[in-house]
Design a protein around this ligand. Structure first.
Ligand SMILES: [Zn+2]
Length: 181
């Protein structure tokens, strides 16, 4: 992260620590501002590969709460919600306009009935749009927080790292589960 940007914060706030995870291997070195968009696209590509594997089922296996298909839908929707949150903090982007699929992310969506190939397509777009936006952010953008968020440490940088870890963690679990079938 850019420590110079943080030190300019008028609130002098402390940033929250980057997640370091022994389970999925996600570390703070993956969260550099100049590579973070690339990392998001790599994880999205990993999910797309899994979803495009022939015979992807909506069946839940092992201790996982969700099937691979359901997890893929969840990752897609996390990306869409993240993009909406970026809009809320930074204003609407002209670089990455809101996706139409983003209008339908309520929890009533029945993930297990979705079609894996289509989810893979949507996931690619859902991650690609915010990735393009992240790649264009300034140092000050990374340090901004949402006016309606209760904790000023919830900056764009923190929320992005948090999203990436969620996606990486779910991906590591899905790869492990699919290799055991
Ligand atoms: Zn993890």
């Amino acid at each position: 992260m850019n420590t110079a940007a943080r030190s300019r914060s008028p609130l002098g706030r402390m940033s929250l620590p980057s997640p370091g995870c022994r389970i999925c291997g996600f570390t703070s070195r993956l969260t550099r501002q100049d590579t973070i968009a690339e990392v998001l696209l790599e994880y999205a590509a990993g999910w797309q590969r899994l979803l495009r594997t022939p015979g992807v089922s909506s069946r839940r296996t092992g201790a996982s709460a969700w099937s691979l298909l359901e997890s893929g839908c969840h990752v897609r929707d996390m990306c869409l919600l993240f993009h909406n949150r970026l809009d809320a903090i930074l204003g609407q982007s002209v670089i990455a306009p809101r996706l139409s699929v983003g209008a339908d992310t309520d929890t009533a969506r029945r993930y297990r009935d979705e079609e894996p190939q289509q989810v893979a397509e949507e996931l690619g777009r859902a991650a690609g749009a915010p990735a393009r936006r992240l790649a264009a952010l300034t140092d000050d953008d990374w340090d901004r927080d949402g006016p309606r968020l209760s904790d000023p440490r919830l900056t764009v940088g923190f929320l992005t790292r948090h999203l990436l870890h969620d996606i990486a963690h779910d991906l590591a679990r899905a790869v492990r589960d699919s290799s055991q079938q």
